[in-house]
Design a protein around this ligand. Sequence first.
Ligand code: AMP
Length: 304
Amino acid sequence: GERFQRPTLVDDAVVEAIRDMIPLAPLHNPANLDGIEVARTLFPGVPSVAVFDTAFHQTMPSATYRYAIPEYLYLKHRVRRYGFHGTSHQYVGERAAAVLGKPFDRCNLITLHLGNGASATAIRAGRSIDTSMGMTPLEGLVMGTRCGDLDPAILFYTAEQLGLDNQALDDLLNRQSGLLGLCGVNDMREIHRLAAEGDDRAELAIAITARRIRKYIGAYYAELGRVDAIVFTGGIGENDAEVRHRACAGLENLGIALDDSANLSADRGERAISAAHSQVKILVIPTNEELAIARQALAAVGGG
Ligand code: AMP
């Protein structure tokens, strides 16, 4: 929701606020509240800190976070873009700034968190100004089992043609779509293996995934005007040279050029994979959400 913009010490009011936002996150908030309540019961007197995956995106301007639907849906029902993976986008953004040798608040970045869930973020001067996930994590890139961007009218059509109710539609788009829907498998390593054996569906799944990523790179480049670096992270972003190659293909005129041997190298860890002449650096930065959460929690309780 809009209430929490930073890591927050948990008290009764915070618990109530998270409960109040259950309609926005019906799957996540009740389970997370259970965790908070159990921890508070088992460890009375030990502070709990809530770190919100939406918080980093609270700097998005209204021109980014509002949808072009009637205003009352935002005002009364809180329908807007919130974005997710904020902890990861912020962490890899800060690490990218360190690799670039520039303060984070002077960096313009496109961060690509490509895992089973996937999202892209445009960061201007260290702040999120746009992100591909929306009111829920369903919007944006192609994911393991989520469709990402879609004509919303497909919902009415499918509901009518197949007689689906809301729960079935939710299941269809969140759990049966994406890579799984396209080729029957949602593990990218297996999809590459199938594609190498000549499986056309697996090849198409990779092509649609990479094309969508490239489209967002272009869109966020246009929003940012100047880009210091594109950052790949997540299971696919960190390990999948083929997807990185396809996502960056044909962008040389935008000053985005991969170094193919660096991209293919078996190196792990933080590294640059752009060609020497590439105006925009291309970085692989392993994410570490647990470390980022631990540091933010420590800072929230006044630790050093
Ligand atoms: P995550 O949700 O960040 O753990 O990412 C999971 C996704 O990363 C799955 O689709 C995995 O198949 C994919 N992945 C992990 N390792 C590799 C790899 N070496 N090459 C391609 N995809 C990978």
